[in-house]
Design a protein around this ligand. Structure first.
Ligand code: AMP
Length: 133
């Protein structure tokens, strides 16, 4: 069965998309640690990031760097933090989290509650920065 993230890429499940090319897709995490918390995935469905073929793996990080620049441009933050967990969804993904302090990357903390309108505003701001970059 396709992963929830493959179903997002296929358009079967909605997402707040921020960037896409033929091989990679980026969208807002629905349970964000901070406004602008973004997930970057390869369209190719592989569970564990370190099982990706070397070309897809390298391309994923290159794409994530471009998305991180867009997140930084759209969301006021000191840095964009990076994490790879994969404890929940078996489809490789990189978390990009705008940081004010190191505690902002603590996945045990309470997630932000945002309205659909706020998610859409954030996604369109990051998408605009990505398309300008
Ligand atoms: P992990 O696999 O531990 O890296 O966690 C998966 C992440 O995906 C969590 O932060 C979830 O909030 C996020 N997530 C799960 N389903 C969705 C979805 N449909 N849209 C956006 N983010 C999701």
């Amino acid at each position: 069965m396709a992963s929830i993230f493959s179903r997002i890429v296929a358009g079967e499940i909605p997402s707040y998309k921020v960037a896409e090319d033929d091989r990679y897709y980026a969208f807002l995490d629905i349970n964000p640690l901070a406004e602008g918390h973004t997930l970057v995935i390869p369209k190719k469905e592989v569970d564990y990031i370190f099982d990706l073929d070397p070309e897809t793996y390298a391309g994923l990080w290159q794409f994530a760097a471009r998305v991180a620049k867009a997140v930084e441009a759209a969301i006021p933050c000191k840095r964009v933090g990076v994490a790879v967990l994969g404890m929940e969804v078996p489809h490789a993904h990189i978390h990009l989290v705008p940081l004010q302090t190191e505690g902002d990357l603590d996945f045990r903390k309470q997630k932000k509650q945002l309205t659909p309108q706020r998610f859409a505003e954030i996604a369109s701001g990051i998408a605009a920065a990505f398309n300008q970059g």
